[in-house]
Design a protein around this ligand. Structure first.
Ligand code: MN
Ligand code: MN
Length: 462
């Protein structure tokens, strides 16, 4: 029997859905130029507080105002609200608040915090006891030069400083056990090779000259800290102290097609969401949401699993003198959870389902659901919503691909999607895929970064 090949071929996925390199259809110079700005952002932003500062600076440059100081919000107004210096929301007011578009990214990344009483002296070395934040492979964080960010409150007031980012500043390190003596260590399970209590950060070696003082090196460090920043040991009990990789972002590959840097989960979506929001020419109200604490489950008063999104909407409703109910606004609106996903790793192909994994350089990933196991810990976007979104992206020629975090039963991971969706608005995960996620050097493809920007901008303008 003779078959009609072209008719049959239409029944299978067309080229747009087959994995195809996003580099083919995009202007390389444009992509590279966009990523120069992104690399600069990554260089300057290593913590959630730094992210808030820079986002607000950019917003202010573009005429955004503190929502608390705007009484009668109207069409064309641009506002923001900061929560505890660790999260920030912003909006460009459209013709009404109805049917708004929201894109949310998180601005915290895995790192090492300090314990409340971190200072110890052992055999002539002063160390700081750390407490890791977020899902890390602890053995990644040894032998890695670290920078420190401190926000402390002394008797005289608030003190804020960082150390280790500039070339003339000292850095800190957790030395790993030498291979010569690591026979036992190397036989341990990966999770036990370096344990939480072994993440002591080396910070000093010179003792004070004294007969009476026991911990001479520690006292010398405390003296340095006090002279330079006015802090004493007690101030560290309440301080926010974060240690992050001190490395700078770098272009990767002979073709410079990729970017390696700390914290791209989720600052890649933070940067692209912010740029998309600022550049978008939207008729509707558009909202940018930049939240903290995603890496530890979105809990707390600066995380997405709090009511700060609702609070922001309530403030907008009041300021805009909107008459309808807030829950109606939510139910009739659309949102994107802008977060990264896992890229296919050629060195570990066994972790992925080859037909359902995102590929580096193949456009922004759109994931119907995240989570783990039997779709736990996610929102499962409906056919109605996802088909609407991917038709929109196709129409505007944004290169996108599908994806799943990995093989079904080998792990999983959540995003803020489930916490946004709980208000009743549609939500779906959209973001670039990443290699080496949660490591001190995460790898992205520049073309995926740019595709994410295009996707968010298209969504804002829909
Ligand atoms: Mn993330
Ligand atoms: Mn993460």
């Amino acid at each position: 029997m003779k078959t009609n090949d072209s008719k049959l071929k239409k029944l299978q996925l067309d080229l747009a859905y087959e994995k195809k390199s996003a580099w083919d259809g995009l202007n390389k110079d444009l992509v590279f130029r966009f990523c120069t700005g992104y690399i600069d952002f990554l260089t300057r932003v290593k913590t959630e507080r730094e992210a808030v500062k820079l986002i607000v600076k950019e917003l202010t440059k573009k005429g955004f105002k503190d929502l608390a100081k705007v009484n009668n919000c109207k069409k064309g107004d641009k506002v923001y609200k900061i929560f505890k210096e660790k999260s920030v929301f912003c909006a460009k007011i459209g013709s009404s608040l109805e049917n708004f578009r929201l894109v949310g990214a998180h601005i915290d990344s895995p790192r090492l915090d300090l314990k409340p009483q971190p200072f110890v002296e052992k055999e002539g070395l002063c160390l700081l006891k750390s407490h890791y934040y977020g899902g890390i492979k602890k053995y990644h964080w040894v032998n890695m030069p670290l920078a420190m960010y401190v926000v402390a409150h002394t008797k005289k007031g608030k003190v804020e400083f960082s150390l280790g980012e500039n070339d003339n500043e000292p850095r800190f390190i957790i030395p790993d056990l030498l291979p010569h003596l690591a026979k036992e260590q190397l036989e341990k399970k990966g999770t036990k090779i370096v344990e939480g209590e072994q993440l002591g950060i080396v910070v000093g070696n010179i003792p004070v000259r004294s007969e009476e003082i026991k911990e001479k090196v520690k006292l010398n460090i405390l003296e340095i800290l006090n002279k330079k920043y006015g802090v004493i040991e007690k101030d560290f009990i309440s301080a926010d102290v974060e240690f992050v990789p001190a490395n700078k972002p770098s272009e990767i590959g002979f073709d410079k097609s990729m970017i390696s840097a700390y914290g791209q989960d989720d600052r890649v979506c933070t940067f692209t969401t912010l740029r998309a929001l600022l550049d978008s020419n939207a008729k509707r109200t558009v909202i940018g949401m930049f939240v903290d604490k995603e890496e530890i489950g979105s809990m707390g008063n600066t995380g997405a699993d709090s009511r700060i999104l609702e609070n922001f909407l309530l403030d907008l409703v009041k300021s805009c003198n909107h008459k309808g109910a807030v829950h109606k606004l939510f139910e009739n609106s659309k949102s994107i959870s802008a977060d990264v996903t896992a890229a296919h790793d050629p060195n570990f192909p066994e972790a992925h389902d080859a037909t359902n994994v995102s590929l580096l350089g193949h456009g922004v990933s759109v994931e119907k659901y995240g989570g783990g196991g039997g779709k736990y810990g996610t929102t499962d976007a409906s056919s109605e919503y996802m088909s609407w979104l991917i038709s929109l992206l196709d129409q505007k020629k944004v290169v996108w691909q599908t994806g799943e975090l990995g093989k079904i039963d080998i792990g999983g991971g959540g995003t803020i999607a489930q916490f946004v969706a709980k208000y009743g608005l549609d939500c779906i995960d959209v973001g670039p895929c990443v290699l080496g996620m949660h490591s001190p050097n995460e790898l992205t493809s520049k073309v995926d970064v740019y595709s994410a920007y295009l996707a968010y901008k298209t969504f804002f303008e829909s």
